[in-house]
Design a protein around this ligand. Structure first.
Ligand code: M6R
Length: 600
């Protein structure tokens, strides 16, 4: 959720921290802050985004060639400058940034307050700075004048503090007068980048790609000490360990906006390519997964948000194409199903980021019960990629916009590939995806965008939008509704066409916009549902390959059979984008949301 970034090296830290935080903003953007180390700690923090911090606080003037920075998505405490990170000890000698949740912070805080520590924020994170201070064998009374440190080393104090924390945490700590960064990760993402000009720390690799592609993916409980140009790794038992260095395959340009106004539009436009890249899979792995699915006694698809919708789409495809039943469960609800897990169960965990806490918790519960885990993720080195027994990568490249667009369609492609692999038709599915290239290209071209811009103009002031579909078009409607609501803030809801008469029809008034997703194989039934809406004054917008007379507006898409969920989702992504632009909203960073949801 929050993003953390650190740099120690030969260059001035603040410009690097600012660029890194800007690159990382998709993980949280309600407040931001940095701490650098020179003769003193230089701390700047602010409500708002990194650009606000730079312009209002002369940030580039802060000296030091090592520093840490944080972009926040509030969990404990409102969005204020005090609650922004970095947090410091009583005397601003130690600064920390944290991503995650400290579950026992109240207990620790009470103990620290009794010992005289003064807290200045409502956050759970601040206890970490005070614990480090406390462990430095502080001499004298805290409530008096400035302290003199005389105890254990900074590293020891950090390690002792980390040991007291319960919950999930990725932490970077610095101290005045020390040329080092001490870091820890437990159940929260943290990676280390190794470059000629220094060492980088970040919540994921995209923010430091412009400096290095050499990365160390930390294990859970790892502690890292970076001092000068040296980096040392320790496991949870504090034994020094070697961690392999991997080379990131993503291209730096992929993490930049290029000529586009927003990442969202760039990522929507990339889909003609990214759905092809989703087909580049190791056949041996696909075969192994297919056989795990066949032999699984209970298969559970587990995911959140758009990834959940891709799983729902997958369940229809598995049923239709492979004649196989799979259970689809929201990761945050999975605890209600855990008692079904055995060593014969297969968990299919799908997550773009591979760091979604609800998904990881479900995976860990499954592993405790001996179930096998297959994962689909976009991020190599993510927790999910490392905790699964088998892994398929989406190969979509970095997705920076908070909304899932290209990764959603890649997930649907992979669901289709697996369903076809189970049916012995993998290659023909790959060919069908190849054949979509021009269709997808045309759906993201300027002419289509202009048409959807017109529609967005007419819908921008609406309070409610509804969407209906049946089968694969129902799951498409669910995803389309999520896209529109999260970026335009218009209440948008999807229903299965057949469910309308069981309640939702009561919502329809004269002029209520209702999107109707149509496929050749369910046309008659969904059109009769649309008639029910029309009879109550609803304004129908068809998404189909031909213009049914019942529609008031029509978005033309080709009929691509079982791959329609891909083709029909794309114009809805474009519409969602145009709605946000029309309403002067930031499509890349919708309010209250973050790209990677690393808290439960
Ligand atoms: O990284 P994940 O795929 O696990 O993320 C799941 C959801 O948080 C994500 O799909 C979210 O719903 C997006 N905002 C959808 O656009």
């Amino acid at each position: 959720m929050c993003g953390i970034f650190g740099y120690i090296g030969s260059e001035k830290a603040t410009p690097i921290l600012c660029r890194g935080l800007k690159n990382l903003e998709y993980r949280g953007y309600d407040s931001v802050g940095i701490a650098t180390v020179s003769s003193q700690l230089g701390i700047r923090k602010e409500v708002g985004r990194i650009d606000d911090l730079v312009s209002r606080l002369n940030i580039e003037d802060v000296e030091g060639s090592l520093g840490i920075g944080h972009t926040r998505w509030a969990t404990h405490g409102p969005v204020t400058a005090e609650n922004s990170h970095p947090h410091t000890d009583c005397f601003d000698k130690v600064a920390i940034i944290h991503n995650g949740i400290i579950e026992n912070y109240l207990e620790l805080k009470t103990k620290l307050v009794e010992r005289g520590h003064r807290f200045s924020s409502d956050t759970d994170s601040e206890v970490i700075a005070h614990l480090i201070e406390d462990n430095l064998s502080f001499s004298g009374t805290i409530s008096g004048s400035e302290s003199s440190w005389n105890g254990s080393s900074f590293e020891d104090a950090c390690v002792a503090a980390f040991k007291e924390l319960r919950g999930s945490f990725a932490v970077l700590a610095v101290r005045e007068g020390e040329d080092k960064i001490v870091a820890v990760r437990k159940d929260s993402p943290l990676v280390v980048g190794l470059a000629e000009n220094g060492t980088f720390f970040a919540s994921d690799v995209a923010p430091f790609l412009e400096w290095t592609k050499e990365v160390v993916y930390l294990e859970n409980h790892d502690i890292v000490m970076a001092e000068g140009s040296e980096v040392r790794f320790f496991d949870g038992g504090f034994a020094e360990v070697k961690r392999p260095v991997s080379t990131v395959e993503w291209d730096i340009e992929e993490a930049k906006k290029g000529n586009f106004d927003h990442f969202m539009l760039k990522e929507i436009t990339e889909q003609a390519e990214t759905i092809q890249r989703a087909c580049v899979q190791d056949m041996a792995v696909v075969e192994r997964i297919a056989s795990m699915i066949r032999s699984g006694f209970g298969v559970f698809f587990v995911a959140c948000g758009s990834s959940f919708h891709a799983c729902l789409t997958g369940s229809y495809l598995f049923s239709k194409v492979a004649k196989l039943h799979v259970n689809v469960v929201l990761a945050s609800e999975f605890e209600n199903y855990e008692h079904f897990l055995t060593d014969r169960t297969l968990i299919f965990a799908v997550s773009q980021s591979g760091e979604t806490a609800d998904v990881l918790e479900a995976v860990r519960a499954a592993k405790r019960r001996g179930s096998r885990v297959v994962s689909i993720t976009n991020v190599m080195g993510s927790s999910l990629s490392r905790e699964a027994d088998e892994l398929l990568l989406m190969n979509s490249g970095p997705e920076i916009c908070v909304l899932s667009t290209k990764t959603y369609t890649s997930q649907v492609v992979m669901m289709g590939l697996l369903a076809c692999a189970l049916d012995g038709n993998y290659e023909s599915c790959v060919q069908k995806v190849k054949d979509l290239y021009m269709d997808v290209y045309n759906l993201t071209a300027k002419s289509m965008r202009d048409r959807l811009k017109d529609l967005a103009r007419d819908l921008a002031e609406k309070d409610h939008i509804y969407m209906i579909g049946r089968g694969l078009q129902y799951t498409t409607a669910l995803e389309a509704a999520l896209k529109v609501k999260e970026v335009s803030y218009i209440h948008t809801e999807a229903f299965a066409g057949g469910e309308l008469k069981h309640g939702p029809l009561a919502l329809i008034e004269k002029g209520t916009p209702v999107f109707v997703f149509v496929s050749r194989d369910n046309e008659d039934r969904i059109v009769s549902n649309a008639q029910e809406v029309k009879a109550r004054g609803g304004y129908l917008i068809g998404v189909s390959d031909w213009d049914n007379p019942v529609f008031d507006r029509w978005i033309k898409v080709p009929d691509c059979g079982d791959l329609n969920p891909i083709i029909q989702a794309i114009p809805m992504q474009v519409l969602a984008y145009e709605l946000a632009v029309k309403k002067n909203l930031d499509p890349d960073k919708p309010r209250n949301l973050a790209k990677s949801v690393t808290v439960l």
